[in-house]
Design a protein around this ligand. Structure first.
Ligand SMILES: [Zn+2]
Length: 144
């Protein structure tokens, strides 16, 4: 697998330094190329924090700051998005989010992933999915 960071986002550089090797050990036969890109304010009408389109992961500096994510928490969020790509999760599968969270846990970022989900719950912007978010925390707590 190749992780590309053409815009040299510092936090993505740090993620690649720490996790490219363990990821390639977990997925030795994977030849997927995944690209990271900034999500600018003008392209982010839904105020997404981190979003995935095919094999590109977009990060909004502004929304990451607004949610107060630390770098290790952002690593967990990146691992989650990579999990969707690498496990080929189906968008409507009942366990798609849990499987993606599972990759964060595999990389030792389970606690940080729980923190991310808690911050998403407490910001109250995603109230309609609170029960699904709580379920993810319960699942991650069992993995830890
Ligand atoms: Zn997800």
């Amino acid at each position: 697998m190749q992780l590309l960071n053409p815009c040299r986002l510092p936090v993505v550089d740090a993620f690649i330094r720490c996790y490219a090797k363990p990821l390639n050990e977990l997925f030795p036969d994977c030849d997927t190329t995944i690209t990271f890109s900034p999500l600018t304010e003008q392209d982010n009408q839904y105020r997404d924090i981190i979003v995935r389109l095919n094999k590109t992961i977009y990060l909004s500096d502004k929304e990451i700051g607004a949610l107060g994510l630390t770098d290790p928490e952002l690593f967990a969020a990146i691992a989650h998005e990579l999990g969707h790509i690498l496990y080929h999760t189906h968008p409507w599968a009942y366990d798609a989010e849990e499987r993606a969270d599972g990759l964060a846990a595999e990389l030792g970022l389970g606690t940080q992933m729980i923190n991310v989900i808690e911050k998403i719950i407490y910001c109250r912007r995603f109230r309609h999915i609170t029960s699904a978010l709580v379920k993810r925390i319960q699942y991650l707590s069992h993995l830890a």
